[in-house]
Design a protein around this ligand. Structure first.
Ligand SMILES: Cc1ncc(COP(=O)(O)O)c(C=O)c1O
Length: 324
Protein backbone atom coordinates (compact mmCIF):
# COMPACT_ATOMS: atom_id res chain seq x y z
CA UNK A 1 0.00 0.00 0.00
CA UNK A 2 1.23 3.49 -0.78
CA UNK A 3 1.59 5.83 2.17
CA UNK A 4 3.49 9.09 2.55
CA UNK A 5 6.72 9.46 4.48
CA UNK A 6 7.64 12.50 6.56
CA UNK A 7 9.12 14.21 3.51
CA UNK A 8 5.89 13.75 1.63
CA UNK A 9 7.15 11.00 -0.57
CA UNK A 10 4.99 8.05 -1.39
CA UNK A 11 6.37 5.04 0.37
CA UNK A 12 5.30 1.48 0.65
CA UNK A 13 5.29 -0.49 3.85
CA UNK A 14 7.70 -3.02 2.43
CA UNK A 15 10.75 -2.30 0.32
CA UNK A 16 10.61 -2.91 -3.38
CA UNK A 17 12.79 -5.90 -4.12
CA UNK A 18 14.66 -4.17 -6.90
CA UNK A 19 18.07 -5.60 -6.22
CA UNK A 20 19.04 -8.87 -4.66
CA UNK A 21 20.50 -6.86 -1.77
CA UNK A 22 17.12 -5.21 -1.22
CA UNK A 23 15.52 -8.63 -1.08
CA UNK A 24 17.82 -9.84 1.65
CA UNK A 25 16.97 -6.92 3.92
CA UNK A 26 13.22 -6.98 3.40
CA UNK A 27 11.51 -7.28 6.77
CA UNK A 28 9.04 -10.07 7.25
CA UNK A 29 5.43 -9.37 8.21
CA UNK A 30 6.28 -9.32 11.93
CA UNK A 31 9.05 -6.79 11.77
CA UNK A 32 11.44 -6.28 14.63
CA UNK A 33 10.96 -3.12 16.67
CA UNK A 34 13.33 -0.39 15.63
CA UNK A 35 16.25 0.48 17.86
CA UNK A 36 16.30 4.26 18.05
CA UNK A 37 19.28 6.39 18.97
CA UNK A 38 18.58 9.32 21.28
CA UNK A 39 21.45 11.33 22.71
CA UNK A 40 23.97 8.51 22.91
CA UNK A 41 21.64 5.70 23.96
CA UNK A 42 19.60 3.12 22.08
CA UNK A 43 15.95 2.51 22.89
CA UNK A 44 13.30 0.17 21.56
CA UNK A 45 10.91 2.27 19.55
CA UNK A 46 8.15 2.03 22.18
CA UNK A 47 10.56 3.53 24.72
CA UNK A 48 12.11 6.10 22.40
CA UNK A 49 10.69 9.35 23.74
CA UNK A 50 11.60 12.99 23.85
CA UNK A 51 10.28 15.79 26.02
CA UNK A 52 7.10 17.63 25.05
CA UNK A 53 9.11 20.78 25.86
CA UNK A 54 11.58 20.05 23.06
CA UNK A 55 11.54 23.01 20.69
CA UNK A 56 11.87 20.64 17.75
CA UNK A 57 8.29 19.64 18.56
CA UNK A 58 7.00 22.98 19.82
CA UNK A 59 8.47 25.17 17.07
CA UNK A 60 10.00 22.96 14.38
CA UNK A 61 13.29 24.34 15.67
CA UNK A 62 15.99 21.98 14.48
CA UNK A 63 17.54 20.42 11.40
CA UNK A 64 17.54 17.01 9.81
CA UNK A 65 18.79 14.76 7.06
CA UNK A 66 17.25 11.82 5.26
CA UNK A 67 19.99 9.47 4.11
CA UNK A 68 19.84 6.23 2.19
CA UNK A 69 22.06 3.22 2.47
CA UNK A 70 22.37 0.52 -0.13
CA UNK A 71 24.07 -2.81 -0.04
CA UNK A 72 25.78 -2.18 3.30
CA UNK A 73 27.03 1.31 2.40
CA UNK A 74 25.75 4.78 3.22
CA UNK A 75 25.30 6.73 0.01
CA UNK A 76 26.94 10.18 -0.04
CA UNK A 77 27.25 10.19 3.75
CA UNK A 78 29.84 12.95 3.88
CA UNK A 79 27.69 15.26 1.77
CA UNK A 80 24.67 14.65 4.01
CA UNK A 81 26.72 15.27 7.15
CA UNK A 82 28.18 18.44 5.63
CA UNK A 83 24.69 19.71 4.82
CA UNK A 84 23.43 18.89 8.31
CA UNK A 85 26.38 20.73 9.83
CA UNK A 86 25.75 23.73 7.58
CA UNK A 87 22.01 23.79 8.31
CA UNK A 88 22.82 23.69 12.03
CA UNK A 89 25.40 26.44 11.72
CA UNK A 90 22.97 28.62 9.84
CA UNK A 91 20.43 28.47 12.67
CA UNK A 92 23.09 28.83 15.43
CA UNK A 93 22.52 25.29 16.64
CA UNK A 94 25.70 23.83 18.01
CA UNK A 95 25.88 20.08 17.51
CA UNK A 96 26.40 18.49 20.94
CA UNK A 97 28.85 15.84 19.67
CA UNK A 98 31.78 15.91 17.27
CA UNK A 99 31.49 15.05 13.60
CA UNK A 100 33.31 11.68 13.98
CA UNK A 101 31.01 10.84 16.90
CA UNK A 102 27.97 11.75 14.84
CA UNK A 103 29.20 9.66 11.91
CA UNK A 104 29.71 6.70 14.22
CA UNK A 105 26.29 7.19 15.86
CA UNK A 106 24.66 7.05 12.43
CA UNK A 107 26.52 3.91 11.38
CA UNK A 108 25.93 2.22 14.74
CA UNK A 109 22.19 2.92 14.52
CA UNK A 110 22.06 1.10 11.21
CA UNK A 111 24.09 -1.78 12.67
CA UNK A 112 21.81 -1.99 15.71
CA UNK A 113 18.89 -2.47 13.35
CA UNK A 114 20.77 -5.04 11.32
CA UNK A 115 19.97 -3.41 8.00
CA UNK A 116 21.92 -3.35 4.74
CA UNK A 117 19.45 -1.37 2.63
CA UNK A 118 17.25 1.39 3.96
CA UNK A 119 16.78 4.95 4.97
CA UNK A 120 18.07 6.74 8.02
CA UNK A 121 16.59 9.87 9.51
CA UNK A 122 18.97 12.03 11.49
CA UNK A 123 17.27 14.77 13.49
CA UNK A 124 18.87 17.42 15.66
CA UNK A 125 16.39 19.40 17.73
CA UNK A 126 17.04 22.60 19.64
CA UNK A 127 16.33 20.61 22.79
CA UNK A 128 14.26 21.17 25.88
CA UNK A 129 13.24 24.74 26.66
CA UNK A 130 10.24 26.49 28.09
CA UNK A 131 6.99 27.32 26.32
CA UNK A 132 8.37 30.55 24.91
CA UNK A 133 10.09 30.29 21.56
CA UNK A 134 13.38 31.85 22.62
CA UNK A 135 16.02 29.19 22.01
CA UNK A 136 18.25 30.74 24.65
CA UNK A 137 16.50 28.56 27.22
CA UNK A 138 17.30 25.36 25.33
CA UNK A 139 20.52 24.23 26.93
CA UNK A 140 21.35 21.14 24.91
CA UNK A 141 20.27 20.02 21.44
CA UNK A 142 19.00 16.46 21.10
CA UNK A 143 20.06 14.00 18.43
CA UNK A 144 17.62 11.36 17.24
CA UNK A 145 18.55 8.72 14.66
CA UNK A 146 16.04 6.31 13.16
CA UNK A 147 17.16 3.62 10.75
CA UNK A 148 14.44 1.83 8.88
CA UNK A 149 13.55 0.27 5.59
CA UNK A 150 11.87 2.42 3.03
CA UNK A 151 10.78 1.82 -0.48
CA UNK A 152 9.45 4.39 -2.78
CA UNK A 153 6.98 4.19 -5.52
CA UNK A 154 6.78 0.72 -6.96
CA UNK A 155 9.04 -0.17 -9.84
CA UNK A 156 6.01 0.30 -12.06
CA UNK A 157 5.83 4.00 -11.08
CA UNK A 158 9.52 4.41 -11.95
CA UNK A 159 8.74 2.92 -15.37
CA UNK A 160 5.57 4.95 -15.91
CA UNK A 161 6.58 8.29 -14.35
CA UNK A 162 4.87 10.78 -12.06
CA UNK A 163 1.95 13.12 -12.61
CA UNK A 164 2.62 16.53 -11.04
CA UNK A 165 0.53 19.67 -10.48
CA UNK A 166 1.59 23.22 -9.78
CA UNK A 167 0.17 24.10 -6.38
CA UNK A 168 -0.95 27.48 -5.01
CA UNK A 169 1.41 27.37 -2.02
CA UNK A 170 4.67 29.09 -2.94
CA UNK A 171 8.10 27.93 -1.84
CA UNK A 172 9.37 30.26 0.84
CA UNK A 173 11.97 32.79 -0.20
CA UNK A 174 15.42 33.16 1.37
CA UNK A 175 14.23 36.29 3.17
CA UNK A 176 11.56 34.34 5.08
CA UNK A 177 12.91 30.87 5.81
CA UNK A 178 15.75 29.98 3.49
CA UNK A 179 14.90 26.71 1.71
CA UNK A 180 18.63 25.94 1.69
CA UNK A 181 18.32 25.17 5.41
CA UNK A 182 17.02 21.65 5.87
CA UNK A 183 15.08 22.54 8.99
CA UNK A 184 12.38 20.71 10.90
CA UNK A 185 9.94 23.39 9.76
CA UNK A 186 8.31 21.64 6.79
CA UNK A 187 4.81 23.07 6.93
CA UNK A 188 5.39 24.93 3.66
CA UNK A 189 6.12 21.61 1.96
CA UNK A 190 3.36 19.79 3.81
CA UNK A 191 0.76 22.30 2.60
CA UNK A 192 1.96 21.89 -0.98
CA UNK A 193 1.83 18.12 -0.57
CA UNK A 194 -1.77 18.36 0.71
CA UNK A 195 -2.68 20.40 -2.35
CA UNK A 196 -1.20 17.72 -4.62
CA UNK A 197 -3.23 15.08 -2.76
CA UNK A 198 -6.40 17.14 -3.21
CA UNK A 199 -5.68 17.34 -6.93
CA UNK A 200 -5.02 13.58 -7.12
CA UNK A 201 -1.48 14.17 -8.30
CA UNK A 202 1.65 12.26 -7.35
CA UNK A 203 3.66 15.38 -6.51
CA UNK A 204 3.41 19.16 -6.20
CA UNK A 205 5.46 21.62 -8.21
CA UNK A 206 6.25 24.66 -6.07
CA UNK A 207 6.97 28.07 -7.58
CA UNK A 208 8.81 30.86 -5.81
CA UNK A 209 7.42 34.35 -5.22
CA UNK A 210 8.67 35.47 -8.64
CA UNK A 211 6.64 32.70 -10.26
CA UNK A 212 9.68 30.66 -11.27
CA UNK A 213 10.05 26.96 -10.60
CA UNK A 214 11.64 26.19 -7.22
CA UNK A 215 11.27 22.47 -6.52
CA UNK A 216 8.79 19.79 -5.50
CA UNK A 217 7.84 19.07 -1.90
CA UNK A 218 10.84 16.84 -1.20
CA UNK A 219 12.55 16.66 -4.58
CA UNK A 220 14.55 18.77 -6.99
CA UNK A 221 13.20 19.21 -10.51
CA UNK A 222 15.06 18.64 -13.77
CA UNK A 223 14.11 19.00 -17.42
CA UNK A 224 15.78 17.84 -20.62
CA UNK A 225 15.55 20.08 -23.66
CA UNK A 226 17.37 19.47 -26.96
CA UNK A 227 19.71 16.98 -25.31
CA UNK A 228 20.67 19.24 -22.40
CA UNK A 229 19.72 18.93 -18.74
CA UNK A 230 18.48 21.94 -16.78
CA UNK A 231 17.46 22.48 -13.17
CA UNK A 232 16.53 25.65 -11.26
CA UNK A 233 19.35 27.38 -9.37
CA UNK A 234 19.50 27.08 -5.60
CA UNK A 235 18.60 30.79 -5.44
CA UNK A 236 15.20 29.97 -6.95
CA UNK A 237 14.34 28.27 -3.66
CA UNK A 238 15.64 24.75 -4.23
CA UNK A 239 17.35 22.68 -1.60
CA UNK A 240 20.97 21.93 -2.51
CA UNK A 241 19.96 18.32 -3.06
CA UNK A 242 22.53 15.59 -2.65
CA UNK A 243 20.83 13.56 -5.39
CA UNK A 244 20.76 16.73 -7.50
CA UNK A 245 24.55 16.89 -7.16
CA UNK A 246 24.81 13.23 -8.18
CA UNK A 247 22.93 14.08 -11.38
CA UNK A 248 25.51 16.80 -12.09
CA UNK A 249 28.25 14.17 -11.68
CA UNK A 250 26.43 11.72 -13.95
CA UNK A 251 25.85 14.39 -16.61
CA UNK A 252 29.57 15.24 -16.62
CA UNK A 253 30.46 11.57 -16.82
CA UNK A 254 28.19 10.80 -19.76
CA UNK A 255 28.95 14.06 -21.53
CA UNK A 256 25.59 15.80 -21.28
CA UNK A 257 25.56 19.55 -20.75
CA UNK A 258 23.83 20.61 -17.55
CA UNK A 259 22.89 24.16 -16.51
CA UNK A 260 20.91 26.04 -13.85
CA UNK A 261 18.75 28.68 -15.54
CA UNK A 262 15.61 30.17 -14.04
CA UNK A 263 12.77 27.96 -15.25
CA UNK A 264 9.08 28.72 -15.63
CA UNK A 265 6.15 26.35 -15.89
CA UNK A 266 6.22 27.05 -19.62
CA UNK A 267 9.75 25.58 -19.81
CA UNK A 268 8.46 22.42 -18.15
CA UNK A 269 5.41 22.19 -20.44
CA UNK A 270 7.62 22.32 -23.54
CA UNK A 271 10.43 20.14 -22.18
CA UNK A 272 11.34 16.92 -23.97
CA UNK A 273 11.73 15.07 -20.66
CA UNK A 274 11.53 15.80 -16.95
CA UNK A 275 12.53 14.02 -13.78
CA UNK A 276 12.70 14.57 -10.03
CA UNK A 277 15.49 13.74 -7.62
CA UNK A 278 15.58 13.19 -3.88
CA UNK A 279 17.13 10.81 -1.41
CA UNK A 280 13.78 9.17 -0.77
CA UNK A 281 12.44 9.33 -4.35
CA UNK A 282 15.86 8.69 -5.94
CA UNK A 283 15.65 9.65 -9.64
CA UNK A 284 12.14 9.32 -11.01
CA UNK A 285 10.57 10.42 -14.30
CA UNK A 286 7.89 13.12 -14.36
CA UNK A 287 5.60 12.67 -17.33
CA UNK A 288 2.79 15.13 -16.76
CA UNK A 289 2.46 18.65 -15.37
CA UNK A 290 -0.89 20.40 -14.92
CA UNK A 291 -2.59 17.96 -17.26
CA UNK A 292 -0.03 18.48 -20.05
CA UNK A 293 2.10 15.55 -21.16
CA UNK A 294 5.80 16.27 -21.04
CA UNK A 295 7.46 15.20 -24.30
CA UNK A 296 5.65 12.14 -25.54
CA UNK A 297 4.28 11.44 -22.05
CA UNK A 298 6.75 8.66 -21.34
CA UNK A 299 10.06 8.59 -19.45
CA UNK A 300 12.69 9.93 -21.85
CA UNK A 301 15.96 8.43 -23.03
CA UNK A 302 18.27 10.71 -21.05
CA UNK A 303 16.14 10.28 -17.92
CA UNK A 304 16.40 6.52 -18.32
CA UNK A 305 20.18 6.70 -18.70
CA UNK A 306 20.52 8.90 -15.62
CA UNK A 307 18.37 6.51 -13.59
CA UNK A 308 20.43 3.52 -14.70
CA UNK A 309 23.72 5.19 -13.78
CA UNK A 310 22.30 6.45 -10.49
CA UNK A 311 21.33 2.91 -9.55
CA UNK A 312 24.79 1.66 -10.40
CA UNK A 313 26.38 4.32 -8.22
CA UNK A 314 24.15 3.49 -5.27
CA UNK A 315 25.18 -0.13 -5.49
CA UNK A 316 28.88 0.54 -6.01
CA UNK A 317 29.77 3.44 -3.74
CA UNK A 318 29.29 4.69 -0.20
CA UNK A 319 30.63 4.56 3.32
CA UNK A 320 30.83 0.97 4.62
CA UNK A 321 28.52 0.33 7.55
CA UNK A 322 29.87 -2.92 8.87
CA UNK A 323 33.63 -2.55 8.45
CA UNK A 324 36.04 0.28 7.81
C1 LIG B 1 12.51 20.33 0.05
C2 LIG B 1 13.44 19.31 -0.53
N1 LIG B 1 13.95 19.51 -1.75
C3 LIG B 1 14.79 18.61 -2.31
C4 LIG B 1 15.15 17.45 -1.66
C5 LIG B 1 16.09 16.50 -2.29
O1 LIG B 1 17.34 16.55 -1.64
P1 LIG B 1 18.25 15.26 -1.48
O2 LIG B 1 18.55 14.77 -2.85
O3 LIG B 1 19.45 15.76 -0.76
O4 LIG B 1 17.49 14.27 -0.69
C6 LIG B 1 14.64 17.21 -0.37
C7 LIG B 1 14.99 16.00 0.37
O5 LIG B 1 15.89 16.01 1.13
C8 LIG B 1 13.77 18.17 0.21
O6 LIG B 1 13.26 17.96 1.43
Amino acid sequence: MLTKDAEGTAVMDKPVARTSAAKTSAPGPARKAHRIYIDGEFFDEAEAKISVFDHGLLYGDGVFEGIRFYNGRVFRMEEHMDRLTESARSICLELPISRPELDEALLETIRQNDLRDGYVRLVVTRGVGNLGLNPIHCKRPSIIIIASTIALYSEEVYRRGLTVVTVPTRRMGPATLNPAIKSLNYLNNVLARLEANLANADEALMLNDAGNVAECTADNVFIVKRGQIMTPPITAGALRGITRAVVFDIAAEIGIKISEPELTRHDLYIADEAFLTGTAAEVIPMIKLDGRSIGNGEPGGITTRVIARFRELTRESGTPIFHK
